[in-house]
Ligand binder design. Structure first.
Ligand code: HEC
Ligand code: HEC
Length: 310
């Protein structure tokens, strides 16, 4: 006789019935029963090996001694082990050498994003593109206040920068101010008039912005003949810069534009090297290092590859 246990008409039921559906009495399939007991066993094994029963402070420890923080530290150690040989080589290389070495450059670009995000992005924006109107310079174009070579960028980061333009409110008549505002806007469009250039020179603007108004990287004076604005090309904003200057301590309405320095010790070292002197003779022991020299090199390479590096 055929086995009829899967035929609902041949199997006895519990007597329960809902809308013609009967509750049968046959046992669940074997695979199902086995999985049920196995999962119970698994819970028991976990229970013994890992932290499980919550107590008043903490929980039972488990035989393996596993904790989340240990797992985290192990992960961190693995990352550091991968990075260590690169970091050691970085310490020995100049920023220029890093830039010229494909492997090291790629490592730096991949591993410096967080460092940049933590220290620089608040002012300069992600990818070197600050919020428009925030007054922070764009780092991903090739218009540089202080120079876009890798060495200049290292110097900027180590020392910090604060360009100074004196307030001219007391040095210019209303009419002269109007004319200079117009000159600056015309110059950015390549349309400056002869009279405009004359006034520009008479009022001494050339001393910092240059005879051709293309700027001076020694002073951080921007190029006035391009369409890239350090602050803004709106007439009222140009007027404000001319009248109240930048970082002029004597004018309460001056623009503030300060790039913090990140490593005084490196700044002193660069200065000594410029004069061919031994940096040890220059240090006085009080120099701070908010970022290490290696971190500065990494950030300089990172900024250089935004696209504007020279
Ligand atoms: C508190 C805001 C602030 C922070 C943080 C900051 N900067 Fe700056 N940075 C400035 C300002 C303002 C200037 C322009 C200074 C000036 O106008 O003289 C500047 C200038 C620069 C320049 C020179 C640009 C040029 O055209 O020559 C570079 C490069 C630079 N910053 C990179 C960085 C990097 C990398 C970091 C992170 C370590 C950083 N900055 C952190 C505000 C900041
Ligand atoms: C002592 C040097 C100095 C003199 C003199 C000077 N400037 Fe400047 N000027 C600067 C510096 C430095 C900056 C940029 C500051 C910064 O970014 O931190 C600047 C910025 C500007 C800007 C802002 C440009 C932009 O892209 O937003 C304008 C406009 C300007 N100067 C016009 C003038 C005019 C016009 C004169 C003459 C009346 C003049 N400057 C005289 C040093 C000078």
């Amino acid at each position: 006789m055929a086995d009829n246990k899967n035929n609902p008409h041949e199997v006895s039921d519990t007597g329960h019935e809902w809308d013609g559906i009967r509750e049968l009495e046959n046992p669940p399939p074997r695979w199902w029963t086995i999985s049920l007991y196995l999962s119970g066993l698994l819970v028991l094994v976990y229970f013994i090996l890992y932290p499980s029963i919550p107590l008043v402070t903490g929980s039972t420890k488990g035989l393996l001694g596993w904790t989340q923080i240990k797992e985290y530290h192990r992960g961190l150690e693995e990352i550091q082990a991968v990075r260590a040989p690169f970091e050691e080589r970085l310490a020995e290389m100049t920023a220029q050498e890093i830039l010229d070495d494909d492997e090291m450059r790629n490592y730096v670009i991949a591993s410096t994003r967080v460092l940049y995000g933590d220290n620089c992005a608040a002012c300069h924006g992600v990818g070197g593109q600050p919020v428009p109107g925030s007054g922070y310079p764009i780092l991903n174009n090739d218009d540089w206040l202080y120079g876009g070579t890798i060495d200049k960028i290292v110097e900027t980061l180590a020392k910090g920068r604060a360009g100074m333009m004196p307030a001219h409110a007391n040095l210019l008549t209303e009419e002269e101010t109007d004319k200079l505002v117009k000159f600056v806007i015309d110059a950015s469009n390549g349309e400056a008039t002869e009279a405009g250039w004359k006034l520009y020179n008479e009022k001494g603007c050339f001393a910092c912005h240059g005879a051709d108004a293309k700027g001076n990287q020694m002073l951080g004076a921007p190029n006035l003949t391009d369409r890239i604005w350090r602050f803004s090309g709106e007439p009222d904003e140009v007027r404000r810069t001319i009248m109240h200057g930048v970082n002029d301590a004597n004018d309460p309405r001056t623009r503030i534009a300060i790039m913090p320095g990140w490593n005084e010790r490196l700044a002193v070292k660069l200065e000594a090297e410029e004069f061919g002197d031994d940096p040890e003779d220059y240090y006085d022991g009080t120099e701070t290092e908010r970022l290490t020299e290696t971190e500065i090199k990494k950030l300089a390479v990172y900024v250089h590859q935004f696209g504007g590096g020279q």
